[in-house]
Write a protein that binds this ligand. Structure first.
Ligand code: NAP
Length: 251
């Protein structure tokens, strides 16, 4: 017997939905019955994700999560297209600009914080505001942090700081939004195969893969399955939590 779909008719906004983990999240949530808003600054990537989704009233939308005006435009489009607020939001948009601390530029630091941390803040705030204004009875916001935000990583001072910030932001949002029935959790992926990690030298990936207790790098679907759980009522008593999806690495 097929398992019951856990998100029938629920509007799910997925930022960074045009690639990697975000794309896998879109596919997983659509299989759960959600209406998916695939949001990305890469319009072609978002359109490709959309094409692969099962039939439904899903949409691909362009956004720069680091820009408040762009996020406001996204929220207006969501309301126009779906006539309901997103009661599930997965913030997957993210970038890396790796360089050792001694060489890292102010521009690279600002750029990574702008997308990863400020972008997560802007979208979390906008989604929560829309939910509260609509009088909806609940919601689930899931922010994608990184295990690197807990343990640090060579060449990633900007990225690690941004992801530590995402975790702290989520925990605070969880405390403030609980009274509205809105949950906010963080997933902390380890090393997951995606266009982001395609940029990492193979010898570095091999080194990390050898350290993973479960014996392999992660796949986007490993993270997407956890996001689907956190989006659904199966996780109704979980908020402010950080779920490591690392194959046991650094735990
Ligand atoms: P990815 O394949 O590069 O996907 C990230 C997506 O976000 C891309 O489509 C990217 O577009 C988009 N994006 C970047 N800046 C944006 C902006 N300002 N507004 C809207 N969209 C934007 O990376 P991924 O591996 O799937 O990563 C997804 C999330 O997981 C990120 O937050 C990442 O930090 C986190 N994460 C990944 C790993 C891993 O090992 N892969 C581990 C831990 C955490 P462009 O292609 O145009 O940049």
């Amino acid at each position: 017997m097929a398992a019951a779909r856990r998100l029938p008719g629920v509007l799910a906004l997925v930022t960074g939905g045009g690639s990697g983990i975000g794309r896998a999240v879109c596919a997983r949530l659509a299989r759960e019955g959600a209406l998916v808003a695939v949001a990305d600054r890469d319009a072609a990537g978002a359109a490709e994700t959309l094409r692969a989704l099962p039939a439904g009233a899903h949409r691909a939308l362009e956004v720069d999560v680091g820009c408040a005006e762009s996020v406001a435009g996204l929220m207006a489009l969501l309301q126009a297209h779906f006539s309901q607020p997103a009661s599930v939001c997965i913030n997957c948009a993210g970038i890396t600009l790796d360089e050792f601390l001694l060489k890292q530029t102010e521009e690279a630091f600002d750029a990574v914080l702008r997308v990863n941390l400020k972008g997560t803040f802007l979208v979390t705030q906008a989604v929560a505001r829309a939910l509260v204004a609509s009088g909806a009875s609940g919601g689930s916001i899931i922010n994608v942090g990184s295990i690197v935000g807990k343990v640090g990583n060579l060449g990633q001072a900007n990225y690690a700081a941004s992801k530590a910030g995402v975790e702290a932001l989520s925990k605070t949002a969880a405390k403030e939004l609980a009274r509205y029935g809105i949950r906010c959790n963080t997933v902390l992926p380890g090393f997951i195969r995606s266009p982001m990690t395609d940029k990492v030298p193979q010898k570095v990936l091999d080194k990390f893969a050898a350290m993973v207790p479960l014996g392999r790098l992660g796949e986007p679907e490993d993270v997407a399955d956890v996001c689907a759980f956190l989006a659904s009522e199966d996780s109704r008593y979980i908020t402010g939590a950080s779920v490591e999806v690392t194959g046991g690495l650094f735990t």
